[in-house]
Design a protein around this ligand. Structure first.
Ligand code: GLY
Ligand code: MN
Ligand code: MN
Length: 432
């Protein structure tokens, strides 16, 4: 753990307590009780899917695997953590870490899931509906009042110095994985070999990744959320796309790199370089006051320029964007807010909690806000050769160089993704 982290975390908790107390006063509340959640077993089975505690709970404590636990915030007492720590001989009993944040809370280790005794006007936040089917009753209180939840989401949009340090460390660990993944690909590894190399070098088990790693060779690089790991390497190796992260104290890295294989057609490596430059130019534009939706539109314009420059489109960049051609080559958004969830909360909301939906012509965009210091966002331009999206353009008069497209189809696509903090004067790229 970086030396300064304990101090930063204590400051983070103190800021959070002050912010929660302001909200409690504003909403006329005596307490906010955050429920970590719990997992249900698979149907008719005793095995459980992987669990991740609710974001608002881990905003306070880095215990992102804690189930059946509560954190209770009131106006005058120390925040109280009821941490479920069953003692049984099947499992290792959870223990509190020897870390400074522990002294900021009043902590009770609870052997059996328990209902906290709460009085007054209480808001319960988290998946308390799941308690209906559990032997433990939900405590007294209103579940997830929308205005309060919107305000708590808003608190997560701007990261404290502690959170940015965690995101930076998550990035550092993930980058080691990306380097090993690329080496495994160079050694003719199959998708599964690349995945295992990534997990080993980033020091994590597969069930701990912040999202399922996307490891796509060849055409699979053009499946945006490709979900398998082939066991055998293909005979021809055109490309590798790895979109993979790492958690650090609950905070997520989300990084993508694309590499050409030995069998890639010559223009593919040049296109990867162009996409790196595009990513760098978009990162360099990040600053307070920048409208992320406008930056997304700038990505389309610059992507149009790349398509023209690399002879994929024989017209102007403006025309390429206007005809929707760039959207067929890049159907996803520029990126999203990043934090305790890979697609973090409050991206499509105004600061007052009212909705700010993605525009109709860019429905996949997950962030529509004006950037302000403390936000952490991804910048992830893409360029894909997806037959399902490109084929409908064949019937139009759009001047696409179909011969070159055919050549590039076996490469699937390119995505380059970094994680960037907005600072008071500009940006801080957290991806080394
Ligand atoms: N890894 C999912 C994304 O980039 O949004
Ligand atoms: Mn990603
Ligand atoms: Mn992303």
């Amino acid at each position: 753990m970086p030396d300064t982290l304990p101090r930063l975390q204590q400051a983070h908790l103190q800021q959070l307590l002050a912010a929660y107390r302001d909200l409690m006063q504003h909403h006329g509340l005596d307490a906010i009780a955050l429920y970590s959640g719990h997992s249900l077993p698979h149907y008719a089975d005793d095995q459980h899917p992987e669990f991740q505690a609710a974001g608002h709970f881990i905003h306070w404590v880095p215990l992102w695997e804690a189930q059946h636990s509560w954190l209770i915030i009131t106006a005058d007492a120390k925040p109280r953590l009821m941490l479920h720590a069953p003692t049984d001989f099947w499992h290792l009993t959870p223990a509190l870490p020897d870390e400074a944040w522990v002294s900021e809370l009043d902590i009770e280790l609870v052997n059996e899931p328990a209902t906290p005794a709460l009085t007054g006007n209480v808001a319960l936040v988290g998946n308390v509906e799941a308690l209906v089917e559990s032997p433990v009753a939900a405590p007294h209180g209103h579940a997830n009042p929308p205005a309060l939840v919107a305000a708590l989401d808003e608190l997560r949009m701007h990261k404290s110095a502690y959170e940015i340090a965690c995101l930076r460390e998550a990035n550092r660990l993930a980058v080691a994985g990306h380097e090993a993944a690329r080496a495994a690909f160079a050694g003719a590894g199959a998708e599964l070999d690349v995945q295992l190399a990534y997990l080993g070098a980033s020091r994590q088990r597969e069930s701990h990744v912040p999202y399922d790693n996307i490891v796509g060779l060849n055409e699979h690089a053009g499946v945006l959320h490709y979900q398998h790991y082939d066991l055998d390497a293909p005979a021809q190796r055109h490309s590798l796309l790895v979109d993979a992260g790492r958690r650090y104290r609950g905070y997520c890295a989300d990084i993508t790199r694309t590499a050409p294989g030995p069998d890639a057609p010559a223009p593919f490596a040049d296109l990867i370089s162009a996409m790196h430059q595009l990513k760098d130019s978009l990162v360099a534009d990040i600053a307070p006051g920048v409208d992320y939706l406008e930056l997304h539109r700038a990505m389309h314009h610059r992507l149009g320029e790349i398509l023209v420059r690399h002879d994929l489109y024989r017209g102007t960049a403006e025309d390429c964007v206007e005809r929707g051609v760039t959207r067929a080559f890049c159907p996803h958004g520029l990126g999203h807010s990043l934090g305790l969830q890979v697609h973090d909360v409050a991206g499509l909301k105004h600061p007052d909690g009212t909705p700010a939906p993605a525009p109709e012509d860019h429905p996949a965009l997950r962030l529509t806000r004006t950037l302000t210091p403390g936000m952490v966002v991804t910048i992830e331009p893409g360029l894909y050769f997806i037959p399902m999206l490109l084929d409908p353009l064949r019937d139009t008069r759009a001047p696409i160089n179909w011969t070159l497209v055919e050549q590039l189809l076996p490469c699937g696509g390119i995505r380059i993704e970094d994680n960037v903090a907005v600072t008071a004067t500009g940006f801080d790229n957290l991806t080394p």
